[in-house]
Design a protein around this ligand. Structure first.
Ligand code: ATP
Ligand code: MG
Length: 249
């Protein structure tokens, strides 16, 4: 089966942290949750996928093509990455310019660029902020604009680092709607979350990372009662018991 993403025996180390023998496949059209405790290596894994960090060894394939320095830019046009801190990914003077940056780089006509920007900003409900400087927005607004910049590129793969964190309820439903529509177009998605609800309802499969190693990879239906999974995402019952112990105290 063709993989959208295939990480093959990837090793990487920071001074005090190692990613060891990462093997991960995201199939075409699949929606995969990458979960793990704080500091387990999720964002690092995404940065390796994007070529923002270089593996010490191992290979990464995108649609069966090995990612190398020579095709890195081409690959990135096909892969949208929503940063955990989207403040780090906006840099143009205004919202409009920021969303237009990617489509312009694709060499589209100004008319097509304008069409995509309008469509993308409308999707995330940010059309009335087109002239707003990107550093004068709230966190949730920044995330919406960053997402608009991604979908304006019409990527085939989306990598979303904590897409639901910091969004209001209405925007969570908008985000789910956007993801669902993109998925119907056949886009492959890998996202991180610490929230069981999103894992249970929005992923086909779950990959669990603990201290730089993958400790579980399997269908979501089977994952939620596996001990490697529970140990790394927590358990509703644990939370319920804790709440009731406070209520009784
Ligand atoms: N630039 C860096 N230099 C050195 N170590 C780093 C760097 N960035 C991250 N680390 C370390 O790598 C480990 C993994 O970090 P990473 O950001 O990938 O975790 P994460 O799973 O995304 O956590 P979170 O759930 O908090 O987002 C952590 O121990 C962190 O301290
Ligand atoms: Mg992270």
């Amino acid at each position: 089966m063709t993989c959208a993403i295939d990480m093959n025996h990837v090793f990487f180390r920071y001074a005090e942290f190692r990613m060891e023998d990462i093997n991960l496949q995201l199939h075409v059209g699949e929606q995969k949750a990458l979960v793990g405790l704080n500091g387990s290596g999720k964002t690092t894994l995404f940065k390796l996928l994007l070529g923002l960090l270089k593996p010490d060894s191992g290979d990464i394939f995108v649609f069966d093509r090995k990612v190398t320095n020579d095709n890195l830019w081409e690959m990135r046009q096909n892969v949208g990455f929503l940063f955990q801190n989207p403040e780090d990914q906006l840099f143009a003077p205004t919202v409009w310019e920021d969303v237009a940056f990617g489509p312009r780089n694709l060499g589209l006509s100004e008319e097509e660029v304008a069409e995509r920007v309008e469509w993308a900003l409308d999707r995330v409900d940010m059309s009335k902020y087109i002239n707003r400087p990107v550093n004068q927005m709230s966190h949730g607004q920044t995330k919406r604009v960053a997402l608009a910049g991604l979908i304006a590129m019409r990527p085939n793969i989306l990598i979303l680092d904590e897409p639901f964190t910091g969004l209001d309820f209405k925007m969570v439903t908008t985000m789910i709607d956007i993801i669902q529509k993109l998925r119907q177009d056949g886009i492959s998605i890998i996202f991180t979350t610490h929230n069981r609800f999103f894992i249970e309802n929005w992923s086909d499969s779950v990959v669990v990372i603990n201290n730089g190693r993958i400790v579980y990879d399997g269908p979501t239906k089977e994952a939620m009662n596996q001990k490697e999974v529970i140990a790394n995402i927590g358990d509703w019952n644990q939370l319920k018991n804790q709440i009731s112990s406070y209520q009784q105290a």
